[in-house]
Design a protein around this ligand. Structure first.
Ligand code: HEM
Length: 462
């Protein structure tokens, strides 16, 4: 079959599906008593959680204490949020057969596909995770470093000295290029030029587009039609790349993520083309703007502290990654990119001594874990020292979630972030321009004004 025919079929199948997580259905929650929470209508609580999470989590914590319940659409289903580290630990350690994570992400199914690591649970998740893990271990990460540095260097070299930049936009450009070259491993310039707009449109998928999937007729009009068309175009390029890569004579020597995934597993069990596509799109959506947001906050915070900037520049000059790593981690603490992680209980469970019925969604609030003074003294101060030669107490710094679902790209994003900061601080003095605050963009939190900075050529000492 010609590649265009079977890809069209695969894309259409994905958009025609209504469920994306296999196995058991989410049980119906009875009317068991749950921890306290607001009595507002579910739509209002949903809006508050989605749009105003940075104020809503602290408000609920002040008003209701360490554990509280939010009621969400559809049907007022309960989400119970926990704020203490020992409760986060209980959730992360929960039996994966009971604590399902894929259910909460099923809305992303038409884009990510049914095999996506983010959407799977139980045995399927375990198998996919096992096949993906080697591409993200320490050895593999060291192999990606030089290409990431090359991408970062090219980006930084293009900046105009003295210019004011929205660092979020520049970091989005770098992390996108890293996904294309280091994760997908694309080197052909023509294919890169074709992929860029398709990939950009894919990551820009808005909540309105996602909510429309419930109504298949919408796929024939407006933004929904354009989304399906873009997905088909992206799929065509991705399947072409995957099929060519399988046949590449240097496949075994290549160090990009896709090439490693093609060779992952053994002859009895490897990822097929559809699985590879789904995992690559997942890595794109999970790894692009998240890392860009963390990086832009890091540049903004260092740009507000000349003394810290000087130390970062000295560290960059001497290839000392420790401080840059700490700066990035502290940026993720003070400005969490993802507000919470959630699990849906497939059977009743007890957390924090509270009996919760099957069907309840539970999760630690990352926002609260990162701003409780008991976890991080003087929480509003940007202080990379919290991560120098020490780590905060367990389960108080959880930007990547935890347990068997902990972000598979955590090490990748730190390696990438340090490489980018190193290149920026080697070349420039960075000054933050104006103030900024977090805002919600799709799933992630990003700086509302783009974390603006001014970059000027370094005034070298001595
Ligand atoms: C600052 C950057 C990042 C942040 C803050 C972040 C955060 C997260 C969080 C909170 C989760 C859910 C964990 C849980 O449920 O316990 C997650 C999962 C995931 N992330 Fe990341 N992430 C980042 C970068 C990346 C990168 C660079 C990649 C890939 C290249 C990636 C790929 C994934 C995948 C595939 C999952 C699903 C894991 C699973 O369900 O087993 N992420 N991430």
């Amino acid at each position: 079959m010609a590649i265009t025919d079977d890809v069209a079929e695969l894309t259409a199948q994905r958009f025609g599906r209504t469920t994306f997580t296999g196995g058991e259905r989410v049980p119906h929650v009875g009317d068991a008593e749950l921890p306290p929470g607001p009595r507002w209508p579910a739509w209002l609580q949903s809006v508050a959680l989605l749009r105003f999470r940075h104020r809503f989590h602290p408000y609920l914590h002040r008003r209701y204490g360490d554990v509280f319940t939010i009621r969400l659409l559809p049907g007022g289903r309960p989400l119970v949020l926990f704020t203490r580290p020992e409760h986060a630990k209980e959730i992360f350690a929960g039996d994966p057969e009971v604590f399902h994570a894929g259910k909460g992400n099923s809305i992303l199914g038409p884009i990510m596909g049914e095999h996506s690591l983010l959407l799977q649970d139980g045995e399927e998740h375990k198998r996919a995770r096992k096949l993906l893990m080697p591409a993200f271990n320490g050895h593999a990460l060291r192999g990606y470093r030089s290409l990431v540095t090359e991408v970062a260097r090219a980006e930084v070299a293009g900046w105009t000295p003295g210019a004011e930049l929205r660092s979020l936009d520049r970091m989005n450009a770098v992390t996108l290029e890293v996904i294309l070259r280091v994760v997908f491993g694309v080197t052909d310039e023509t294919r890169l030029a074709e992929l860029r707009p398709r990939v950009t449109a894919t990551v820009d998928v808005s909540p309105a587009v996602l909510l429309g999937w419930g109504y298949p007729w919408l796929q024939k009009v407006g933004i929904w039609k354009r989304t399906v068309e873009n997905q088909y175009a992206l799929d065509r390029l991705m399947y072409a790349e995957i099929r060519e890569r399988r046949a590449a004579p240097d496949l075994a020597e290549r160090t990009d993520v896709l090439s490693r995934l093609i060779l992952a597993g053994d002859d009895g069990d490897r990822l097929d083309d559809t699985e590879l596509r789904d995992q690559l799109v997942t890595l794109l959506l999970a790894g692009h703007e998240t890392t860009a947001s963390a990086l832009s906050w890091a540049l903004y915070e260092v740009g507000r502290d000349p003394e810290l900037l000087a130390r970062c520049q000295a560290a960059a000059d001497s290839d000392d990654d420790e401080l840059l790593d700490a700066v990035l981690k502290e940026a993720m603490r003070l400005h969490p990119v993802i507000p919470m992680v959630v699990r849906t209980l497939m059977r009743p469970a007890t957390i924090a001594g509270i009996d919760l019925p099957a069907g309840t969604t539970v999760g630690p609030s990352i926002i609260m874990a990162h701003q409780r003074p008991a976890n991080h003294p003087d929480p509003w101060a940007f202080r990379p020292e919290r991560f120098l030669g020490q780590n905060p107490p367990p389960n108080t710094w959880i930007p990547f979630g935890g347990g068997v679902r902990r972000c598979i790209g955590a090490g990748f994003s730190l390696m990438e972030g340090v490489a980018v900061l190193r290149e920026v601080f080697r070349s420039y003095d960075v000054t933050a321009v104006g103030d900024d605050e977090p805002k919600v963009r799709n799933i992630t939190s990003v700086p509302r004004r783009g974390a603006r900075i001014r970059v000027t050529p370094r005034r070298r000492q001595g």
